[in-house]
Design a protein around this ligand. Structure first.
Ligand code: SAJ
Length: 409
C-alpha cells in the first residue's frame, strides 16, 4: 500500500505515527496547526513522555515527514480530538467530520480510512458514512471505513503502544485484517478484529469501567471522612479478596479520556444510564470536596489567609505535562468563584505560566506556603518529601509521610 497519512499529531497521533515510521512504514504526519508542524520539523517534540525522544529520533531517521497538507494516498489514520457538547453531553464529531471530508478530497480510489479517535457508538454510522455518500463515493468500493481505538496510558505511552492488545473495528472482514497487518508492524499484543460499532463501544466502556471504579473509591473516601476512618486501610483490606480490586480515591478524575468518554454514554442513553452518570457526578464532585476539606483544615490550624496555602500539582495526574480536565484547575475555578485568587501554585511539569501565582521552583513555592495541598503525586514530591517536614500537609494522593501535620483525603 502507499504512504500512511496520520491526521492529527496530538497525544495519540504523534506517537502512533512515529511508531509506524520506526517500524519501516512510510509515514506522513499531518496537522492543521502550523506551529506544531514547524516545531516537529525543527526536531523538537511537542510534549514529554518516557521514551518518546528516542522514538522520535528513530522515526526521523526512517524518514517520517510532518506537514499541514493531506497526502494523496490509499491509507489514512485519523487521530483528532473528540470533545463532547456541554449541553447534551453527546459527542461533538466536528474534528472527525472535517478530517474525513478533507481525506475524501485527497484520497485515491479504494482508500482505507481508519478513525482512531475515541468516538461514541454509532458515530461512524451517523456522521461519517453520510459524508462518504455525499461526496459521491461508494462505501466498500471507493472507500473503506474502520475504527481502531487505542489504549495507551499517558506516562507509559511508548511501552503500551508496543505491548497492549488492540481492537480493530471494520464491517468488511478483509479490511479489518489488512489494518491488523499494519498495526502488527509494531504491536506485540493481541489484535482483535470486530465490527465497527463494537469497537466504538468497547473503547468508551473501558474508560467508563475505570471511571466507575474510581468513583466508588471516592465515595468510600467521603464515607470514611465522615466516620473518621482511613479509606486507604479499608481499600487495602478489601482488595485482599481475590475478586475485589478497588482503585484509589483522589482529588478528582482528569485527563481527556476517563472524564470525557462516559459522557458519550450519558448523551446517547439518557434513559438507561444510572451507574455511569452517578460515577461521573461523584468524580466531578471531588474538587468541591477537597475545597471544603481545605477550609476545615485552615480553620483547625487557624490559617486565615489563602496566600499561605500552596497547591502542589497542576497536571491531571503524576509525571505527565498534560493539564486537560485537571482536578487542580477545577479546584481553582471553585476558588475563583469565591474570589480566592491568592493561593500559591507549583508544578514541576508545567514550565509556562498557566495560572496566577505560579512558581517555577519547589523551594521558593514552599517558602510561601504554610499549608501544602498535594494534588498530584509527581515523582519529584515523592522523592523530596522531607522538605515538607515543617509544613501542614493535605495529601490527597496518599504519598506523603513527612509533615508537621498530615491530613488525608
Ligand atoms: N485516578 C484516580 N484513582 C485511580 C486511578 C486514576 O483518581 O486509582 C485519576 C488520575 O489521577 C487521573 C484520572 O483518574 O486524574 C485518569 O487517569 P488514569 O491514569 O486512570 O487514565 P488516563 O486518562 O491517563 O488514560 C486512560 C486509560 N484508560 C484505562 O485505564 C481504562 C488509557 O488506557 C486510555 O488509553 C486512555 O484513558 C485513553 O486515551 O482513552
Amino acid at each position: 500500500m502507499g504512504v500512511l497519512n496520520v491526521i492529527g499529531l496530538g497525544y495519540i497521533g504523534l506517537p502512533t505515527a512515529m511508531m509506524f515510521a520506526a517500524h519501516g512504514i512510510e509515514v506522513v504526519g499531518t496537522d492543521y496547526n502550523k506551529k506544531l508542524v514547524d516545531t516537529l520539523n525543527n526536531g523538537k517534540l511537542t510534549f514529554e513522555e518516557e521514551g518518546l525522544e528516542e522514538l522520535f529520533n528513530k522515526a526521523v531517521s526512517e524518514g517520517i515527514k510532518f506537514t499541514t497538507e493531506y497526502m494523496k494516498t490509499d491509507r489514512y489514520i485519523i487521530t483528532v480530538p473528540t470533545p463532547y457538547l456541554s449541553d447534551t453531553k453527546k459527542i461533538d464529531p466536528v474534528y472527525v467530520v472535517k478530517a474525513v471530508e478533507t481525506v475524501l478530497d485527497h484520497c485515491e480510489k479504494g482508500a482505507i480510512v481508519v478513525i482512531e479517535s475515541t468516538i461514541s457508538p454509532g458515530t461512524i454510522e451517523k456522521f461519517v458514512k453520510p459524508i462518504v455518500k455525499e461526496k459521491g463515493f461508494t462505501l466498500g468500493e471507493d472507500i473503506h471505513l474502520a475504527h481502531a481505538p487505542e489504549r495507551i496510558i499517558p506516562g507509559r505511552m511508548v511501552v503500551e503502544l508496543e505491548n497492549n492488545s488492540r481492537t480493530i473495528g471494520a464491517d468488511e472482514r478483509e479490511v479489518g485484517e489488512e489494518i491488523k497487518s499494519w498495526y502488527q508492524s509494531f504491536c506485540k499484543g493481541e489484535i482483535v478484529v470486530t465490527d465497527i460499532k463494537t469497537a466504538e463501544m468497547s473503547k468508551v466502556v473501558e474508560n467508563t469501567f475505570r471511571d466507575i471504579n474510581i468513583a466508588f473509591a471516592n465515595e468510600l473516601a467521603k464515607m470514611c471522612h465522615r466516620e473518621g476512618m482511613d479509606v486507604y486501610e479499608l481499600i487495602r483490606i478489601a482488595n485482599k479478596h481475590p475478586r475485589v480490586n478497588i482503585l484509589q480515591p483522589g482529588p478528582g478524575v482528569g485527563g481527556h479520556c476517563i472524564s470525557v468518554d462516559p459522557w458519550f454514554l450519558v448523551g446517547d442513553y439518557p434513559d438507561i444510564v444510572n451507574v455511569v452518570l452517578g460515577a461521573r457526578e461523584v468524580n466531578d464532585s471531588m474538587p468541591q470536596f477537597v475545597f471544603d476539606r481545605i477550609h476545615e483544615i485552615m480553620r483547625e490550624n487557624n490559617i486565615k489567609d489563602f496566600s499561605k496555602v500552596g497547591l502542589y500539582g497542576l497536571t491531571y495526574k503524576e509525571n505527565v505535562d498534560d493539564m486537560r480536565e485537571s482536578p487542580t484547575e477545577q479546584l481553582l475555578h471553585i476558588m475563583y468563584k469565591y474570589n480566592i485568587d491568592n493561593v500559591k501554585i507549583y508544578d514541576p511539569w508545567i514550565k509556562d505560566d498557566k495560572v496566577a501565582n505560579q512558581y517555577h521552583d519547589l523551594q521558593s513555592f514552599l517558602e510561601e506556603a504554610e499549608l501544602v495541598i498535594v494534588l498530584v503525586g509527581h515523582s519529584e514530591i515523592r522523592e523530596k518529601q522531607e522538605l515538607l517536614s515543617d509544613k501542614i500537609v493535605y495529601d490527597t494522593r496518599n504519598i506523603i509521610r513527612y509533615g508537621k501535620k498530615i491530613y488525608k483525603l
